[in-house]
Ligand binder design. Structure first.
Ligand SMILES: *Cc1c(COP(=O)(O)O)cnc(C)c1O
Length: 450
């Protein structure tokens, strides 16, 4: 009887999750084990990746996943929502606190969806967007012609300056005046310098445009105060929640302008209400409530001193990596970084190398990075001249100066031993691979997943 009661308890139910999976589906269970081992034995330097805590994983894998409803807390469509209403209210309150925002919407299923919600809320078909081009470091959801936003709206792209690869606010302003966009989007996936959100707002105000700041890549730095916050400059701020180290998902924030009104048809409605309505039923269906629970857990973590201190360390590690590479003769874009990422023109650095070959040869050695198209890159997008490196995960696992130095040496050793055959083909001696892989394992085993 006692045993039965225990079996029925939430504690036991959730504890048994992995054993249940192992029993039910050995094949997927083993692949999950393999993924853990892959992460444990290699070094993660993908700037877009992070590593959430076990507590976030627990919330994601909890029974809350089963609750179905529509709408927002207090006005749900289905019964039985008192617990999930509480969870969502806590998640939104913590998000407001951590970003110092007036409004937080924790329902977007992804960063891309968060952008789609804002864009759909504000624009009519054929309205104009001004955003950073995808070939310049912008994100595909900011109006690329292969994306939804590029399909239904007119999109003009600003660029980075050709001589220094920095945002050129004068030219952005000139474009805004010329094209009179209804929406200006700032924020990037491949830009290693500080973004001046205040200047962007001045430009938006000059032409009567709304400003959306997408801080997916730098959200953790914004939380910690390691990068200026756009929340009270932009009308809307969006982010993915996995890049700053939470569960997959998206978030929309508003600062001072949250209750400013907009005229829709013959009605005036506050912007935040428009966003709620556009989230559901406008763009999404049922919220992922387990995901929202996991976001709540993550936002609590972001309020800790430990989390905030780590963000400064991430930048310190990235600066060191950039400095080391530049010192070894690599062409580091903008000669350094202000954030967590380092962009390198690898074709300019080592004769014949492409981003693709750099990515693959480093992966052969257990170092995981990604190739990246660079501004004004004349290389085919599938090969690229660039690579992008990021320090969130190595920092999370506790690595510092000494390890960054060792990692730089390993990267340099590997890349210099590559024999280039063509843009895509190369050879790397088996013994070189094994030697570096072994060293990678030695480091990563000292800094297990946290
Ligand atoms: C990663 C990223 C996104 C997309 O987020 P998803 O959750 O993967 O859809 C959007 N915008 C920017 C700037 C990003 O870097």
């Amino acid at each position: 009887m006692l045993e039965l009661l225990e079996k029925l308890s939430s504690q036991q139910y959730h504890k048994d999750i992995f054993d249940a999976l192992k029993k039910q589906d050995e094949q997927i269970y083993q692949l999950i084990v393999k993924e853990y081992e892959r992460l444990h034995n290699t070094i993660q330097l993908i700037a877009a990746e992070n590593q959430c805590s076990q507590s976030v994983l627990a919330a994601l894998g909890s029974i809350v996943q089963n609750k179905t409803t529509e709408g927002f807390p207090g006005s749900r469509f289905h019964g039985g929502c008192e617990v999930v209403d509480n969870i969502e209210n806590i998640a939104a309150a913590r998000a407001r606190e951590t970003f110092d925002a007036q409004y937080a919407n924790v329902q977007p299923h992804s960063g891309t969806n968060a952008n789609q919600i804002v864009i759909t809320a504000l624009l009519e078909r054929d309205d104009t967007i001004l955003s950073l081009g995808m070939d310049q470091g912008g994100h595909v959801s900011h109006g690329a012609n292969v994306a939804f936003s590029g399909k239904f709206f007119k999109v003009h792209n600003y660029s980075v300056n050709k001589s220094n690869y920095l945002l050129d606010y004068d030219s952005i302003k000139a474009m805004a005046i010329a094209f009179k966009p209804k929406l200006i989007i700032c924020g990037a996936t491949a830009y290693s310098r500080t973004i001046d959100f205040k200047k962007f707002r001045e430009i938006a105000d000059r032409v009567g445009a709304y400003l959306l700041a997408d801080i997916s890549h730098i959200a953790s730095l914004v939380i910690a105060g390691a990068h200026p916050s756009p929340v009270n400059h932009a009308h809307f701020t969006t982010t993915s929640t996995y890049k700053p180290g939470g569960p997959r998902g998206g978030l929309i924030l508003m600062g001072h302008d949250f209750d400013r009104t907009i005229t829709i048809g013959d009605k005036e409605i506050p912007l935040y209400k428009l966003l709620d309505k556009t989230t559901f039923p406008g763009v999404q269906g049922t919220p992922y409530l387990n995901n929202i629970a996991a976001k709540a857990v993550f936002f609590k973590e972001t309020l800790s001193e430990k989390y905030r201190a780590r963000q400064f360390k991430i930048i310190e590690n990235a600066k060191r990596l950039a400095g080391n590479l530049a010192g070894l003769g690599y062409d580091v874009l903008t000669n350094g970084t202000d954030n967590h990422m380092v962009l390198v023109n690898i074709s300019n650095s080592i004769e014949g190398l492409t981003g693709l070959i750099a990515q693959q040869s480093l992966e052969d050695c257990g170092i995981i990075i990604n190739m990246n198209k660079l501004p004004y890159d004349d290389k085919n997008a599938k090969i690229t001249s660039g690579i992008r490196l990021g320090t969130p995960i190595v920092t999370k696992n506790g690595m510092g100066n000494e390890e960054i130095d060792t990692i730089t040496t390993l990267i340099d050793t590997a890349l210099r031993k590559v024999k280039v055959i063509s843009d895509r083909k190369y050879e790397l001696d088996g013994s070189v691979k094994e030697e570096i892989k072994e060293k990678v394992k030695q480091i990563s085993s000292r800094f297990p997943l946290r």
